[in-house]
Design a protein around this ligand. Structure first.
Ligand SMILES: [Zn+2]
Length: 98
């Protein structure tokens, strides 16, 4: 019984020394695990926001240059009530204004 206790003690000592020797690597692994967990938690939290963005995508604006209906996410915002569908429309509006 005393031998078993001694073996356990030696194993514990070895484990302790290994942990001490590789503590940087262990810390890295733990940090990596934490980062992965955080990433997963963040992606879970982002899902409802994406759904909200999808709802926002239905918010259409008329292009001030050509009148095409474009959604707010892809529209080029010029000012509060002026949106353009593309750079070309912005440029056309600029050259026609001069
Ligand atoms: Zn346009």
């Amino acid at each position: 019984m005393r031998e078993a206790a001694f073996i356990l003690f030696v194993l514990f000592l070895l484990f302790g020394l290994t942990a001490l020797r590789y503590r940087k690597q262990i810390a890295n692994i733990l940090a990596l695990g934490r980062t992965l967990k955080e990433m997963r938690a963040r992606s879970d939290a982002e899902l409802p926001r994406e759904e909200r963005q999808a709802a926002k995508a239905l918010d259409l604006r008329s292009c001030a240059g050509c009148g095409t209906w474009i959604d707010m996410n892809t529209a080029i915002k010029f000012d509060r009530n002026t949106y353009y569908c593309s750079k070309e429309c912005v440029q056309r509006a600029m050259t026609s204004a001069q």
